[in-house]
Design a protein around this ligand. Structure first.
Ligand SMILES: [Zn+2]
Length: 253
C-alpha cells in the first residue's frame, strides 16, 4: 500500500498546510481517509486523480476533517451530470453521519442529480474495492470512528481524533502503520481529558502495546519546533520507527 499525507496540520491554519486527509492506494484501488483543508490542492500536487476516487471514510464531522469533502462532492456531482465522468462513490461515516450529510445536502447549492451512497457505520467490518475496513468507535468530543484498513497483506490503523482507549488498541493490533493524530504535547492534560485527543505518551503506549511496526505522526501544530517536541516525546517511550508527517509525504509499506 501507499499512504499519501494530504494534510498534517490541525484546525489552525497559521502556515500553508492542509488539515486531516490521507489517500491510500493499493494497485488501482484508492481509499480516502478524511477530507480536510487543502486536501484537493495537495491531491493535485501529488498527482492523485480525484475522478478515480470511489470510496471515502470520514472519522468525524469536525471541519478540519471534512472541509474539502463538499468541494469534492461539487466536482463529483457536476462532472457526472455533465457526463465528463461516470463514476460511483460511497462515503462511510460515524454514528449520525447520514443525518449530517442530508442536512448539508439540502442547504449546499450544487447539482445533486447524482448522489453518493452514504453509509453510516461503526464497530463493524466491510469491504470496498480490495480493502477490508474495520471501524471502531473512538472517544472524542463528537462521534468518531477509528479505521483499520487491510489490503495486500498490509495493515494501516488510523486513529481519527480520540483519547487513548481500548478500541484503538484493538484496531492497531500488529498494524504495519499507525497513522496517528498528535494534537497535544505531554503537558496538555486538559486537551487529552476534556476534548479527546492523543498526546505523545498515549501514542507511545498504544504503539508499544499493539506492536505496530511504524508510527506516522500527523494532525499536529504547524510550528516546526512544536512538531519536533512531540516526536521527541514519543521517541522517549517508543523505540520503533517514527515518521514525522509532513504534507505531500508518501509512505510505501
Ligand atoms: Zn481534528
Amino acid at each position: 500500500m501507499k499512504l499519501t499525507l494530504l494534510g498534517t496540520g490541525d484546525f489552525r491554519p497559521y502556515r500553508p498546510l492542509g488539515s486531516a486527509g490521507y489517500t491510500l492506494t493499493n494497485g488501482d484501488d484508492m481509499l480516502q481517509l478524511d477530507f480536510g483543508r487543502g486536501n484537493l490542492v495537495n491531491m493535485a500536487k501529488s498527482g492523485i486523480d480525484w475522478t478515480v476516487l470511489h470510496a471515502v471514510c470520514i472519522s468525524h464531522v469536525h471541519p478540519d476533517h471534512i472541509s474539502d469533502l463538499f468541494q469534492f462532492l461539487q466536482a463529483w456531482t457536476v462532472t457526472n451530470a455533465w457526463k465528463e465522468i461516470d463514476s460511483e462513490l460511497v462515503i462511510y461515516g460515524p454514528r449520525g453521519f447520514s443525518a449530517f450529510f442530508e442536512h448539508y445536502r439540502t442547504v449546499l447549492v450544487t447539482t445533486w442529480d447524482k448522489l453518493p451512497q452514504i453509509v453510516e457505520i461503526y464497530d463493524d467490518t466491510f469491504t470496498v474495492q480490495g480493502f477490508t475496513v474495520t471501524t471502531k468507535s473512538m472517544q472524542h468530543s463528537t462521534d468518531c470512528n477509528g479505521y483499520r484498513v487491510e489490503a495486500g497483506g498490509k495493515v494501516l490503523c488510523y486513529t481519527g481524533d480520540t483519547e487513548i482507549n481500548s478500541n484503538l488498541l484493538e484496531l492497531a493490533q500488529g498494524a504495519d502503520v499507525l497513522l496517528t493524530e498528535c494534537s497535544g504535547k505531554n503537558a496538555d492534560e486538559l486537551l487529552a481529558n476534556q476534548y479527546g485527543h492523543l498526546r505523545p505518551t498515549d501514542i507511545a503506549a498504544i504503539a508499544n502495546q499493539s506492536g505496530v511496526k511504524k508510527v506516522v505522526v500527523t494532525h499536529y501544530p504547524d510550528d516546526p519546533a512544536e512538531r519536533e517536541l512531540r516526536i521527541a516525546e514519543i521517541a522517549k517511550e517508543y523505540k520503533g520507527q517514527i515518521i514525522r508527517g509532513e504534507d505531500l509525504l508518501e509512505i510505501d509499506f
